[in-house]
Design a binder for this molecule. Structure first.
Ligand code: HEM
Length: 575
């Protein structure tokens, strides 16, 4: 008995009476195959059948497969319709720029010429490279698309000045919708716009006055001492050959500083303790891809901000930080503790709430609003600070002469001011220029964005853009443009002498943004970076070691320029 004939009774048993039809069809197909001539009954039902068969199947196709083919055809039709609708939705706006006579990039280049908001293999900071390279010097602005949203890329620093500063009343927002209801930490200074932003910004700005910063120095100094001890410990470990990896080290440093000045807690990350705070911070950063994905999806449609399950993704970290803030505030209230940090300043703001007159645009300083601000400060102050200091050390290790000059300046200032005081750090001119140049060459924020809240006529043109447009200013590209910074790959802190700064347009260098919405913490960030760089250079000599990646390959998966294999440097005590 053949295999097939043995299988048939089994099939029949399983199908029962209902299977007879199937068995009959199998039999008919078999006999048709034998004679190549379908029986009349089958031909009849073929003609009556509404089923559409793919042409290559011909009329000899087995009737058994026809329902499946119908299903396939229906699915294909639905997919094709959906794709067509999607295409219409995406391309609806693609004549936005041509209608206005604006030079524009190929809108079909979602993943190519312009690149989408989501970096498919391209690092985020270099997304605007192709546009910038093609049009720099020739155009003041170019029209592009981020998914389906029209994006005006500004290539001229003077136009950047108009948008960021002169016409701020039209461009006060960043065009990023938020889900205040579900995402409790989204109600922060970076995200909100209009009068609410103005109200919050004016209340938070006093946090960063020189008087307040002066008081934060001792908090940072405590962490600096731990940093020095840890560098010494690691560099003298057996087999280390004096080499230390500074990416992780500086991240721990920045976490301990921001933990102390923003949340008022000792994280002890530098001591190697695996604490919840450090774990949470890393969790936030390991999800930078999700943040970028959210930005991209929102550029397709703002509703995505509500539809995507980001709430549950970020819930764990959100709840952790809200509880941390609540516990800290309650503990301080109960024990009457005052400390010169952000928590204390926000507790004072909460007290001032009672006196607030602008009740409409006023944001009450409850636990979650306080946490949202502290959380933003903390996100903004980790990788940006750690990487800028790391890149500075890397450059100084490559240029020993420059390093020696910087060390001489530090010792001179320490001597003059009797230690690492606020005034000593403030007067370290070369150290500041090194940080500024590091922010030029390796700046963490690749582009600035603004969204108009009313139609806006671009000066000296007839072009009017409306509220649907996003404006992007290519910071990374301008800071690497040889027109403004000759030999852009050369590390040269002298680009930031007063004399040299006057030679170029000030809006060609925007690491902290510009206009009323520039980085609120620029002074704090520069102080912290100068302080830690000066402390390290005062204590150690940094040189290139066998593990140093002198050519500095960047990790293209990160949101900001980050070294692929860390900042490995050889360290010795400075005599
Ligand atoms: C190297 C360090 C840093 C860099 C390069 C940097 C850069 C920036 C940039 C480019 C912006 C947007 C400005 C604009 O749109 O014009 C910004 C905004 C902001 N940054 Fe920073 N930042 C740094 C550190 C910090 C730190 C340490 C904090 C907090 C402690 C902070 C808090 C903020 C806040 C709250 C905003 C939003 C301001 C607003 O919208 O009113 N940043 N920062």
């Amino acid at each position: 008995m053949s295999t097939r004939s043995r299988a048939e009774p089994r099939l029949k048993r399983r199908l029962g009476p209902a299977g007879l039809g199937l068995e009959g069809r199998i039999a008919s197909h078999r006999s048709r195959a034998a004679s190549s001539q379908p029986p009349a009954a089958v031909r009849q039902s073929d003609q009556a059948s509404p089923v559409l068969l793919p042409p290559e199947w011909g009329q000899d196709a087995p009737p058994l497969l026809r329902p499946a083919s119908a299903m396939l055809t229906a699915v294909l039709a639905v997919v094709a319709t959906l794709l067509a609708l999607l295409w219409v939705y995406f391309s609806w706006n693609f004549d936005y720029w041509s209608k206005r006579g604006v030079k524009s990039c190929n809108p079909f280049s979602l993943f190519g010429d312009r690149g989408a908001g989501l970096p498919f293999g391209k690092p985020f900071w270099s997304l605007l490279d192709p546009v910038y390279e093609k049009y720099r010097g020739a155009e003041r602005f170019v029209g592009t698309f981020q998914a389906r949203q029209p994006v005006l890329v500004v290539l001229d620093p003077e136009l950047a000045k108009t948008i960021l500063t002169k016409e701020f009343s039209t461009f006060h927002g960043r065009g990023q919708p938020i889900d205040e209801e579900n995402d409790k930490l989204s109600l922060n200074l970076f995200n909100i716009n209009g009068p609410r932003w103005k109200n919050l910004r004016s209340r938070l700005s006093p946090t960063f006055t020189s008087g307040k910063l002066r008081l934060m120095i001792p908090l940072m100094e405590d962490v600096n001492k731990e940093l020095i001890a840890r560098v010494r410990e690691l560099s003298t470990e057996k087999g280390a050959d004096g080499q230390v990896e500074f990416k992780d080290m500086l991240l721990r440093y920045a976490t301990d500083v921001i933990g102390s000045v923003a949340f008022g807690i000792s994280c002890n990350s530098l001591k190697g303790e695996v604490n919840e705070f450090y774990k949470m911070t890393r969790e936030v950063f390991s999800r930078s891809f999700l943040f970028i994905l959210r930005v991209f999806l929102v550029s397709i449609h703002p509703l995505f901000v509500k539809l995507m399950p980001f709430k549950s993704i970020f819930n764990k970290t959100t709840n952790f930080f809200i509880k941390l803030m609540k516990d800290t505030v309650e503990y301080r209230e109960a024990n009457k503790i005052e400390r010169n940090d952000f928590v204390h300043l926000m507790m004072q703001l909460r007290e001032d709430d009672r006196l607030e007159t602008d009740r409409v645009h006023h944001i009450e300083f409850n636990h979650s609003v306080m946490t949202a601000q502290a959380f933003l400060f903390f996100i903004a102050g980790l990788d940006s600070i750690a990487n800028t200091v790391g890149f500075s050390l890397h450059e100084l290790a490559i240029e020993p002469e420059l390093q020696q000059r910087a060390a001489d300046e530090v010792r001179d200032m320490l001597h003059k001011h009797g230690g690492m005081t606020y005034d000593a750090v403030k007067n370290m001119n070369l150290i500041e220029r090194i940080i500024r140049e590091s922010l030029r060459k390796w700046g963490p924020v690749g582009m600035l964005t603004r969204a108009p809240n009313a139609p806006f006529k671009i000066p000296d043109t007839d072009v009017v853009i409306d509220e649907s447009v996003l404006v992007q200013i290519p910071v990374w590209q301008m800071q690497h443009d040889p027109t403004f910074f000759p030999e852009p790959q050369r590390f040269d802190p002298d680009r930031f002498t007063e004399e040299n700064k006057e030679q170029r347009h000030s809006y060609a260098y925007l690491p902290f943004g510009e206009g009323p919405r520039f980085c609120i913490a620029e002074r704090f960030a520069v102080l912290e970076m100068k302080l830690v760089l000066a402390t390290l250079i005062d204590k150690f000599v940094f040189t290139v070691g066998s593990k140093t990646d002198v050519s500095m390959q960047l990790d293209t998966k990160q949101f900001s320029p980050t070294p692929k294999s860390g900042f490995w440097l050889r360290v010795e005590d400075r005599p």
